[in-house]
Design a protein around this ligand. Structure first.
Ligand code: ADP
Ligand code: MG
Length: 680
């Protein structure tokens, strides 16, 4: 198999430079890639329907002969039209083919054919336009259907795949060792590749799918495992004493039981010196994860170590920095910030202090993983909103200490299946309780007709001292060069909110501008913040109580839930207004789901069901490569099996002398190569 990835696609008979380019557009550049290009679905030609039994508008397979020879003629604009009349012995049907000069010679009155396609009706006569067909007895009853690109039909792909399969060596080396195949009841690779493309029956399809899904998940799991920090390694970071009760004295409120439990889990992990802490704290938006991080950092620092807190955006890093600084003001703990937008001089100072041990807690963006960052005694790494980072970034930061403790925090409630994959090696604490006094955020779905009422509602709340967010999708107007948020903000300032302060926040602004806007919003100087999803993660301004989201149908459910999590953070009643003119039933159902529940886990599961994991966090944010055939939401059982198999294969896999698993290693490299920098 491995060598087929070295044979260019153009080596297949019938694929020249031009067609080769079309294939390359589908990311198929070699013979190997083509045989790994699985059908999207199949057509079942085994069920034959009489012409008289067909209903226009639906797809059928009919078995018939040509009643009259095919006729070829030119029609308007020079197009070629071939027509013929079919009979199945009982009734007639008209055939029409456009622009195919080979058809006439392919259709003979002496043969019987199967025609597969949509039946239409024109003036009472049944018709099939451009159906696919084959001589009776030729080929299988089940035909593969491939994703197409312009210029390349599924039939052409089918023909090329057939040729590619003949290029497989007779003894191909299976990526999955025999004992694993036997144990998990998997067919061989060559068999699977043949059956996935050219199955003879439904059973072939399911056997082939099972084998190929298993293989893909095994590849995924092995790849992730080889990138994760080695588990169960003894930490050299000694934590002797628990300082949690001292920490609690610093707080203006009492931690919830769920927060206390999470802190306790973490501190126990750190004190148990047989292995480093490796824990995920999962909690819905607003559950107070930052305090858990602060408690962990406090105990760590008090034991003589440094702590690093990594956040995915500058705004969030800035905000955590301020929280930590405020909290630890009178404790003597030294907190510093490191972000990409700081000047070189500022950075140098921080880096020197960090290396000398003059900083106890460093809060930053992914600039924390840049090469020139060195710690004196790194004891714990905290990553906030972990799903925004690749697995690799997590381990890069860890590598800056001697197997330090790790705490990852995630607000996006990750569906169990995904958590299993991404965090398979982590212990998990769940914060399933919100701080007291929180009210659920009332959520409404409206369309344009209610917009004025919504604006008036905003004004009423601003008059009583509250603030609001309005979120718009991040698009740019090519004519004006302004982003949609800028135009929108100008417009509402001019028309409705003349008496109030409206400001804009989007990703393309310079960091200093963003900081400035955020600070003015926090201080209450700004009434309405019009922004893109840059405020999606973590931002905490409790006085802001209304979140209005324009074109809500363009966002994923989990993303909307995250956005909504920006309000309802204080004790005041909060609201989320989803504005959408989408008429589609599916879109409305999705948005309504959000109006019914505030439970992030329910929403996440719903989201995964509706959109699939590829879209779950927005593409690529979860750092998982794109899968060809496996579906993380659907194939949970196979995933479990693949995980067990990965464990069984672990020693052999990492023993690079063992050439048996060379094919598997190559596939792992290939899958992860496509993800680019994040995991590479
Ligand atoms: P998230 O889990 O979304 O990161 P944060 O840590 O930002 O949530 O906390 C949200 C808000 O709740 C902050 O203003 C924080 O100060 C406050 N908070 C956290 N824990 C408590 C608590 N136990 N009681 C009251 N307020 C709390
Ligand atoms: Mg947070």
């Amino acid at each position: 198999m491995a060598s087929l990835y070295e044979i260019p696609i153009e080596n297949i008979n019938g694929i020249g430079t031009k067609r080769g380019q079309l294939y390359r557009r589908l990311d198929i550049d070699t013979v190997g890639a083509l045989v790994r290009f699985y059908p999207r679905t199949y057509e079942d030609w085994s069920k034959i329907t009489l012409i008289s039994q067909t209903t226009p508008g639906e797809t059928f397979c009919i078995k018939a002969r040509l009643h009259t020879p095919a006729v070829e003629r030119r029609i308007a604009n020079g197009k070629l039209l071939v027509t013929a009349e079919l009979s199945d012995g009982y009734s007639f049907l008209k055939l029409a083919f456009f622009n195919n000069k080979y058809i006439k010679s392919m259709l003979r009155t002496t043969e019987e054919y199967l025609f597969y396609g949509k039946v239409t009706s024109s003036g009472g006569t049944k018709e099939m336009i451009n159906p696919t067909f084959a001589k009776v007895g030729e080929g299988n009853a089940i035909h593969p259907i491939y994703s197409q690109v312009a210029g390349l039909t599924t039939k052409q792909i089918e023909v090329s795949v057939k040729k590619a399969l003949t290029m497989l060596p007779s003894q191909i080396k299976d990526t999955i060792p025999k004992h694993i195949r036997e144990k998990y009841d998997l067919i061989g690779l060559k068999d699977a590749l043949t059956k996935i493309h050219f199955p003879e029956n439904a059973d072939d399809i399911s056997q082939a799918r099972r084998r190929l899904i298993f293989e893909e998940l095994l590849i995924l799991v092995l790849g992730l495992n080889s990138m994760k920090a080695l588990p169960s390694k003894k930490s050299l970071v000694g934590i002797e004493k628990d300082y949690t009760s001292e920490f609690l004295e610093l707080l203006p409120f009492k931690l919830t039981n769920a927060q206390l439990k999470a802190v306790k889990d973490c501190v126990n992990d750190m004190i148990d010196n047989s292995k480093a802490m490796n824990r995920l704290v999962q909690g819905d938006v607003g559950s107070g994860k930052t305090m858990v991080a602060a408690a962990v950092c406090y105990t760590c620092v008090k034991n003589g170590w440094q702590a690093a807190v990594m956040a995915p955006t500058e705004i969030l890093a800035q905000q955590h920095f301020q929280t930590f600084e405020g909290l630890f003001r009178d404790t003597g703990l030294r907190v510093a910030l490191l972000t990409g937008s700081m000047t070189l001089k500022q950075k140098r100072l921080v880096l020197a202090d960090l290396a000398d041990g003059n900083i106890d807690i460093i809060v930053g963006t992914h600039s924390l993983i840049s090469e020139n960052v060195a710690f004196n005694r790194l004891g714990v790494v905290v990553t906030d909103e972990q799903h925004r980072f690749g697995v690799r970034q997590r381990s890069d930061l860890l590598a800056k200490g001697q197997n330090p403790h790790l705490l990852v925090m995630s607000a996006t409630p990750i569906p169990r299946t995904l958590a299993l994959i991404i965090y398979g090696d982590l212990d998990i604490s769940v914060i399933d309780e919100l701080p007291p006094g929180r009210q659920s955020v009332d959520t409404f779905l409206i369309d344009d007709s209610k917009r004025i009422r919504a604006y008036n509602f905003l004004i009423k709340n601003i008059e009583s001292g509250r603030q609001c967010y309005i979120v718009c999708p991040a698009v740019e107007n090519n004519d004006t060069g302004l982003t949609a948020v800028e135009e929108y903000a100008q417009e509402i300032q001019r028309t409705v909110f003349g008496n109030y302060s409206v400001a804009v926040l989007h990703g393309k602004m310079r960091a200093a501008e963003k900081d400035d806007v955020m600070n003015r919003f926090v201080s209450g100087e700004i009434d309405i913040l019009v922004s893109t999803t840059v405020i999606e993660v973590g931002v905490n301004v409790p006085n802001s109580t209304i979140m209005m989201i324009e074109n809500a149908e363009r966002f994923g459910l989990s993303q909307l839930h995250q956005l909504r999590g920006r309000v309802g953070r204080g004790s005041d009643k909060s609201y989320c207004i989803l504005v959408s003119n989408a008429k589609g039933e599916e879109a409305r159902r999705r948005l309504k789901a959000l109006c019914c529940t505030n439970d992030g886990f329910k929403i996440a599961d719903e989201d995964l069901k509706m959109r699939g994991p590829g879209d779950f966090f927005g593409s690529r944010q979860h750092g998982l490569p794109e899968l060809k055939i496996a579906d993380l939401a659907e194939n949970v059982n196979i995933l479990h099996d693949a995980q067990s198999a990965a464990k069984e294969l672990k020693n052999d896999y990492f023993d690079y002398e063992n050439k048996d698993l060379g094919g598997l290693r190559a596939e792992v490299r290939m899958l992860f190569n496509n993800v680019g920098q994040q995991l590479n």
